[in-house]
Design a binder for this molecule. Structure first.
Ligand code: GEK
Length: 248
């Protein structure tokens, strides 16, 4: 059975009491359950992935590059690949988890397309971005140290062609604190409705604390503008998750 035909395994990584909850890492255990984990944890995930395809149809320029930064198993890349009709385009899918890229490579083998997807194992802060017409960063910036985020966005802006598009999807922080608590609780309610227990929700939260650093929507928009984009806007939000689009 090929990787793409396998039934995604149910995420039960935090189902049993773990004592000292380990710091979250993107290892083989996470890879095995990743499609189920992200679908049941991120409200609107599939809508956001689908939009990447629609933006690819709209923004991708002939003979240009598309980037999927923090590609995991390549969901955004495959959505873009399906919709790109322009000639001479390649998708560069970057992740620093070898386990993710190994599985992504297997999934890639079962896609049929004229648009090549090149997998790159690297830190997205270290790669070169050039001749880009679409850069997608779905739920990855939140894992980059806050002090490195500005330089990363400046690099993306510099590497985008005029008319090129940037998509950033993130978990958000809200101010003041009671509003943040409300939106976190609504998210936890969403997770409960997806079948996660209170123990799973609280252990996952402990594991990801200080690994995923959310910022406010304002902080994201101000940074995107400070990097040179004239405007940026959320096109999607559900609870404390949003996706923003900015055009150069
Ligand atoms: C999707 N976009 O399915 N450099 C490269 N990759 C990194 C870095 C870094 N510095 N830090 C984290 N990653 C995907 C989902 S998941 C989101 C993205 C989540 C990678 C990390 O290895 C993981 O694969 C991905 O970013 C984040 O739409 O699990 O919440």
């Amino acid at each position: 059975m090929s990787a793409s035909e396998e039934q995604p395994k149910r995420d039960d990584l935090f189902a049993n009491p773990l004592g000292n909850v380990p710091r979250f890492v993107f290892d083989k255990a996470v890879v095995d359950v990743f499609p189920d984990m992200i679908q049941r944890s991120v409200p609107g995930y599939q809508t956001i992935i689908n939009l990447c395809g629609e933006l690819a149809a709209r923004f991708v320029q002939p003979n240009s590059n598309c980037y999927d930064l923090g590609c995991s198993l390549g969901a955004s890349s495959f959505a873009m690949q399906r919709e790109i009709a322009q000639p001479g385009v390649r998708i560069i899918a970057v992740d620093n988890s070898a386990a993710m890229l190994e599985r992504c490579q297997l999934l890639l083998k079962s896609t049929v397309s004229d648009v090549p997807v090149e997998l790159l194992e690297a830190d997205i802060c270290d790669i070169e971005i050039s001749n880009a017409s679409l850069v997608v960063m779905n739920f990855t910036l939140q894992f980059i140290a806050v002090e490195k985020r500005q330089a990363l966005l400046e690099k993306i802006y510099a590497g985008l062609n005029p008319g090129g598009c940037l998509v950033i999807s993130e978990k958000l922080l809200f101010e003041p604190e009671p509003l943040n608590t409300l939106l976190s609780e609504l998210h936890h309610q969403f997770k409960r409705a997806q079948g996660y227990s209170d123990l799973e929700i609280s252990q996952k939260r402990d594991s990801i604390e200080n690994v995923l650093i959310p910022e406010t929507l304002d902080a994201h928009i101000q940074r995107i503008k400070a990097c040179g984009f004239n405007s940026a806007s959320p096109w999607f939000q559900c609870f404390n998750f949003a996706s923003l689009v900015a055009v150069k």
